[in-house]
Design a protein. Structure first.
Length: 193
């Protein structure tokens, strides 16, 4: 029998990508969101999860980095894959070891450019603009113990004009994210690892 795919979605903030994922897999025949986790009780993405009747968990830095609490929740929910959707903390080695090649992230630029610690949200788009780039985009990649360094699974590009504001760049990139992330997750979980 094929093992059902059960996703854990990690988020730290708005959760617009997470919502696209909840919606895409809501009535999916083989893949479901099993649990939604956050480091921040204020994360708007948690409210979105509640609207989809998904169980949520919040954890502290100590629980995340220095205990197996989160891993225990994942095991209890029979999670098979971890999906990072705007999650800001580095994934600790206990989770990387428990889910090798089974953790995915989305980054709002064309890695390896504009990645690494501290490169998130508008900081990325500001750096892209300051560098005078003529295109930007999204990178969906596997996660290891270093920021933004796992195997690249998908990149999508969009042209940018030097006159674009940071907000305009962000808007273009977000459109790409919403259009591609759920579909790339669907393909990735079905690929042999
Ligand atoms: C996205 O730009 C994603 O690429 C990055 O964090 C942002 C999250 O946005 N990792 P949202 O919370 O999904 O709206």
């Amino acid at each position: 029998m094929i093992k059902p795919v059960r996703l854990a979605v990690f988020l730290s903030g708005t959760g617009s990508n997470a919502e696209k994922i909840f919606s895409y897999f809501k009535n999916h025949s083989t893949i479901e969101v099993a649990i939604v986790l956050s480091n921040s009780p204020q994360a708007a993405g948690l409210q979105r999860a509640v609207k989809f009747n998904l169980p949520t968990r919040v954890f502290s830095k100590t629980q995340f980095r220095e205990s197996d609490k989160v891993l225990a929740w994942l095991k209890e929910a029979e999670v098979t894959h971890l999906v990072l959707a705007g999650f800001l903390w580095l994934i600790p080695s206990n989770l990387v070891l428990a889910y090798p090649h089974h953790i995915i992230n989305i980054h709002p630029a064309l890695l390896p450019k504009f990645g690494g610690k501290g490169m998130y949200g508008n900081k990325v788009h500001e750096a892209v603009k300051a560098a005078g780039e003529r295109e930007t985009g999204i990178t969906i990649h596997e996660v290891n113990e270093r920021y933004d360094e796992g195997k690249v699974l998908f990149q999508g590009k969009c042209p940018i004009h030097p006159k674009y504001s940071v907000e305009q760049i962000a808007e273009q990139v977000q459109r790409l994210e919403h259009a591609h992330y759920p579909r790339v997750i669907e393909q990735w979980v079905n690929e042999p690892k």
